[in-house]
Write a protein that binds this ligand. Structure first.
Ligand code: SF4
Length: 575
């Protein structure tokens, strides 16, 4: 192989024309999506070329998630398929990234000998070196094939952040046109890594390590660069974003550059900032991004922890029109007894008090949540408490999951999984029906209003079912898909409006075809409500409603998980 030279992060660069092809598939949450985006940028800059088909790849990478059993099973079946290719004599490098690699460690190499390398979420900066080792040396040693941080990432507050290459990875990032959301010009920006909450059902604190907060200047700079590259919507990511807190002067590198630092204990959120300390809170960070990046059209954040979400954050949201009125705050259960077993650190009453503050200060704010049914020992009475909580809160949607014990969690060792599967299923279905009623009410309350919509999909040329049919499909999506740290936002297929008799104007890319139109545009409101935009009879809609456009839409109808509307005249779009 050609002698390697050194790349941006000190790793060997492969000549672009000869660079190996890579297939990268991501499972799980937004945090994983962002990690994959960073991996793509890092490997691309070293000459690797990405392909959409694993059969054409020299290197296959799976960025895995341990939070849900379903995502894990999918990853295992992918490993099996690559194993068959390798048995048949194909030469392909197989790497497992993310939480499954971190949790299973070297045991995974024993169980799946087809796996060539493991890289945990805290060590992604070392991936190029691991790949290089495997590529250069057929029989790379076990150590050369594994980069896992494990509990060593739970370092003290004096975190040696100067050596934190992960921060470099975030900083070196460019807008990735292949990233999820890129087509409608949305991007994620990480503000914290890891988690200190130790909910008993969750493996994240062990796989992603201690909560580490990025310096605010780095975050603001990254937002500016993304907006300069054309991004219109940024979502700040953290396992518990409202616990972001950066104490200035505590972690400083060469030439006074601020470095990532381990998050403070819970007492920091319950007492005033000590005299003489300069702290950037989450509220302050939001205000800074809103004010210092005026070209950013939308700023949102996930996931919020229902505890320690102060009025200061709500006040900044209320005063900042480009911060989205949307809060995803998983309740997980409505029963105090179960919340305690989950180690969530708040009561049902405290959750409801938080929601009351949100709706009082931000009446137009939408709320989403997550619920786990069938947690160990959950009784009918506990479940009824959850049902009544879901009825009491104006959730636009709730991601409802049946509990399954996850390896590496406290719950799997401490509690017996004693709620029978059919009871879990029944509770799941009951709650989905209740949530569907609540969602229908929330969506109906928007009818007659005019809202700003960010167009996500716009096309007029594919098979599509009726919008109402899509609504029921989305209910299934929601029950399986997104969640606190489990997966991405719920998706909805493009709906179709009855426009068959209208002459077709043009496609989303502006190419006229002369066939009957199937005009379909879908976007989201600031509050993350999905809007199907009826463009029937709207001239030149495809030119104006491109993905990434912000338009005003008058809401004329609703379904449990969908709004329907018509574009209205604006300065930008004269319909
Ligand atoms: S569920 Fe969320 S808050 Fe709880 S431990 Fe997991 S990542 Fe942290």
């Amino acid at each position: 192989m050609e002698k390697s030279r050194s790349g941006r992060l000190g790793y060997p660069v492969v000549p672009m024309s000869q660079g190996p092809t890579v297939y990268l598939e991501t499972f799980g949450c937004q945090m994983n999506e962002l990690d994959s985006e960073l991996v793509r940028g890092q490997l691309r800059s070293l000459g690797y070329r990405f392909v959409a088909d694993p059969a054409r790849a020299d290197v296959v990478l799976y960025n895995t998630c341990s939070v849900r059993e379903q995502a894990e099973n999918k990853a295992y079946s992918r490993l099996g398929l690559i194993g068959m290719r390798k048995k048949a004599g194909e030469h392909v490098i197989l790497g497992v990234l993310g939480c499954m690699a971190e949790r299973d460690g070297a045991d995974m190499l024993r169980r799946f000998p087809q796996v060539d390398l493991l890289c945990g979420p805290g060590e992604l900066d070392r991936l190029p070196a691991l790949l290089d080792n495997v590529r250069r040396t057929e029989g790379a040693s076990r150590e050369e094939r594994i980069a896992l941080a494990g509990n060593k990432s739970r370092r003290s507050a004096t975190l040696a952040a100067a050596e934190d290459q992960l921060e470099l990875l975030d900083l070196s990032r460019a807008f990735d046109p292949a990233a999820p959301g890129a087509d409608h010009r949305s991007a994620y920006v990480r503000i914290t890594r890891g988690c200190n909450k130790f909910c008993t059902y969750c493996v994240v604190p062990n796989t992603r390590g201690a909560e580490v907060h990025r310096p605010p200047d780095s975050i603001v700079d990254e937002c500016k660069r993304l907006v300069d590259a054309g991004v219109v919507e940024i979502t700040l990511l953290g396992q518990t974003v409202n616990h972001y807190r950066y104490t200035h002067g505590k972690a400083v590198g060469v030439e006074g550059v601020e470095l990532p630092q381990v998050g403070p204990g819970l007492s920091a959120f319950r007492s005033p900032i000590p005299a003489g300390e300069r702290v950037t809170t989450f509220a302050e960070l939001l205000r800074r991004i809103h004010d210092e990046v005026p070209a950013l059209r939308r700023l949102r954040f996930v996931t919020s922890y229902p505890r320690d979400f102060g009025d200061d954050i709500l006040d900044v949201m209320a005063a900042s029109p480009r911060i989205c009125r949307y809060i995803h705050a998983p309740a997980q259960s409505g029963s105090d007894r179960i919340l305690k077993l989950m180690n969530r650190g708040y009561t049902r009453g405290e959750y409801l008090e938080f929601i009351a503050r949100v709706t009082e200060k931000l009446p137009d704010c939408t709320i989403a949540g997550d619920i786990i049914v069938g947690f160990p020992t959950e009784t009918e009475a506990d479940f009824e408490e959850t049902v009544s909580l879901v009825r009491a809160v104006p959730f636009k949607n709730n991601f409802i999951f049946k509990y399954s014990p996850r390896p590496g969690t406290t719950a799997i060792t401490r509690f017996e999984d004693d709620v029978p599967t059919d009871v879990k299923k029944l509770r799941n279905n009951i709650l989905l029906d209740v949530q569907s009623e609540v969602s229908a009410r929330v969506h109906a309350s928007w009818v007659g209003k005019t809202v700003e919509v960010l167009v996500e999909s716009s096309e007029d040329d594919s098979e599509a079912a009726d919008a109402d049919t899509q609504t029921s499909e989305s209910k299934t999506d929601a029950s399986l898909g997104a969640g606190e740290h489990g997966a991405t936002r719920a998706t909805i297929a493009l709906p179709q409006f009855g426009a068959q008799n209208q002459p077709r104007r043009s496609t989303a890319s502006g190419v006229a075809s002369g066939r009957a139109p199937h005009a379909r545009c879908v976007g989201r409101t600031q509050g993350d409500l999905i809007v199907a935009i009826d463009v029937t009879g709207t001239p030149d809609w495809a030119m104006t409603l491109k993905p990434g456009s912000l338009i005003s839409v008058e809401i004329r109808g609703s379904a449990p998980l969908l709004l329907r509307g018509r574009p209205v005249k604006t300065a930008a779009a004269a319909f």
